[in-house]
Design a protein. Structure first.
Length: 298
């Protein structure tokens, strides 16, 4: 297949690499010269123009930050909606409100192109190895068209229905859990430090006990290493938990745990750490409580 990947950030670069490794012809687009260079170094074709990635593509992955950017990629100035060949499929990977996915899909399918609502999970590491999880929803024709590309980049592909929006709804559920788990993992480690425990011992014991979670196991090492270079930034969760709260409010459904987690990320962002790793919530607790956490090189 000829595959376009628009957005060569931490997830998009991995998707582009995995598609390339799967034997497909891949054109990656990103405004960042550094990201284009990174993909070119892997043997891919890189461009600054999304239209170049979409032109002639059987499948276009859009791996941008949010709904505004996704809509701009499709329908903004130089948008790809009419540049993609008729019958090709647009695979939307950003975390979007379910209603937005439905609206974008309706506009695109009206132009004779296919839309797959396909947010991802797994992070940069699994993207690089072609092992992300895709929470997909869309017409059977969209899945069928995208299947070879999806197989190259994902270890698990869930078909959640034939209507766009279900994939984004499932991603909202996932991000609710992920955000709460990260926030509470940071709280737990900081609480342990206040109790006089060594954070490394907290990690060792809890990862072998019932209180463990995937996020505790994955994020606490960032705290132990004092490394807050963003694998996933605080700003991701101020955005995604904001979507969770907006979606819940529209349906008159209470999400108090997600609301509290969002406030922890918002406070961490306000403290100047919005671009830092999401485990920086622990640093906020440390500042509030006057605790010493490990620093890089300890």
């Amino acid at each position: 297949m000829r595959i376009g990947v628009i957005g060569l950030g931490s997830i998009g670069l991995g998707i582009a690499k995995s598609a390339l490794s799967g034997g497909h012809e891949v054109v990656g687009a990103d405004l960042s010269q550094a990201q284009r260079n990174a993909f070119a170094a892997l043997g891919g074709e890189a461009t600054a123009d999304a239209a170049d990635a979409a032109r002639g593509a059987d499948c276009v992955f859009c791996v941008v930050i949010n709904a505004t950017q996704t809509e701009a990629v499709l329908f903004g100035e130089g948008g790809v909606a009419e540049i993609m060949p008729e019958g090709s499929v647009f695979v939307s990977c950003a975390t979007l409100p379910p209603e937005t996915a439905e609206q974008l899909a309706a506009r695109l399918t009206g132009l004779g192109r296919l839309y797959l609502d396909a947010p991802t999970s797994g992070g940069p590491a699994k993207a690089l190895t072609g092992e992300i999880t895709i929470m997909g929803s869309g017409a059977a024709a969209a899945f069928d068209k995208a299947q070879p590309a999806l197989d190259a980049v994902a270890a698990k592909i869930y078909r959640l229905g034939d209507a766009p929006g279900a994939g984004s709804a499932m991603k909202a559920v996932n991000q609710l859990l992920a955000g709460v788990h990260i926030a509470v993992a940071c709280e737990a480690v900081s609480f342990g430090v206040r109790l006089g425990l060594e954070p490394s011992q907290v990690y060792e014991v809890i990862t072998g006990a019932a209180g463990n979670s995937w996020m505790f196991e994955n994020r606490v090492p960032h705290i132990l290493e004092g490394d807050y270079a963003p694998k996933s930034a605080v700003g991701i969760f101020t955005k995604d938990l904001g979507i969770v709260l907006d979606t819940a409010r529209a349906r008159q459904f209470p999400v108090p745990m997600a609301s509290m987690a969002l406030q922890m990320f918002e406070m961490t962002a306000a403290a100047g750490m919005v671009q830092d790793d999401d485990a920086s919530v622990a640093r906020l607790y440390a500042r509030i409580a006057g605790l010493s956490l490990p620093e890089t090189g300890d």
